[in-house]
Design a binder for this molecule. Structure first.
Ligand SMILES: [Zn+2]
Length: 215
């Protein structure tokens, strides 16, 4: 998991989701009440499996020479309260954060959004770093929602997945659709997709699309 989480940070850079050190990936260690997360303040070029840090589900450092990411409390809160989540990603990616700055959910106006998110990408509350407020906002917004990403108001994106790779994919797709819908807005009002079509697209993409895994 150290290797996986260290390597996935390169995807945040590759897809232009982060600047400086403002973004992080974590992954739950299967079968343990532990997760691996980025060390605080270490640049993406310097991340290695060895300098990743391991925390318990209260966000306490268990293993590692560096202190954990300043967003660790939010990641830990999600793992404590959403047992099916195996990966969490946080970014301030530009277009998605612009929607967050306006306090606006991204409406479902693209089939790719229906596929990946099953509807709009919802807006979470304004919350300050320092306690469980951000984690609570993420969990309250995403529990019972199809979307694997939330726009935290005036802040940025948190995304979740069954594993860290899936959470990174959701962060990448979130920024992609945030940009396209933003561009669409420049020349008019994007057309909504009817709910029953959203449901059909979501069901097909989640259950039929892609390579079948061997039984
Ligand atoms: Zn942040």
């Amino acid at each position: 998991m150290r290797t996986t989480v260290a390597a996935l940070h390169a995807e945040l850079v590759r897809y232009n989701l982060v600047v400086w050190t403002a973004g992080n990936v974590s992954g739950r260690i299967p079968g343990e009440d532990l997760f691996v997360i980025k060390p605080s303040g270490v640049s993406y070029d310097e991340l290695t499996p060895e300098n990743m840090v391991v925390c318990d589900l209260d966000g306490n450092l268990v293993e590692g020479e560096h202190s954990p990411s300043s967003d660790t409390a939010a990641h830990a809160y999600v793992y404590r309260n959403m047992p099916d989540v195996g990966g969490v990603v946080h970014t301030h990616s530009t277009y998605a954060s612009a929607w967050a700055a306006r306090g606006e959910a991204i409406p479902c106006v693209l089939t790719a959004m229906a596929d990946e998110f099953g509807g709009e990408i919802p807006l979470g509350p304004f919350a300050l770093i320092g306690d469980d407020s951000i984690g609570q906002g993420i969990v309250e917004t995403l529990k019972g929602h199809r979307s694997k990403a939330v726009l935290m108001q005036n802040h940025g994106v948190f995304s979740i997945g069954k594993d860290p790779k899936a959470a990174v994919k959701a962060a990448v797709m979130c920024e992609d659709v945030a940009r396209t819908v933003h561009v669409a807005r420049q020349l008019g009002e994007p057309l909504p997709i009817p709910q029953d079509d959203i449901d059909r697209l979501y069901d097909r993409y989640q259950n039929v699309y892609g390579q079948r895994s061997p039984r």
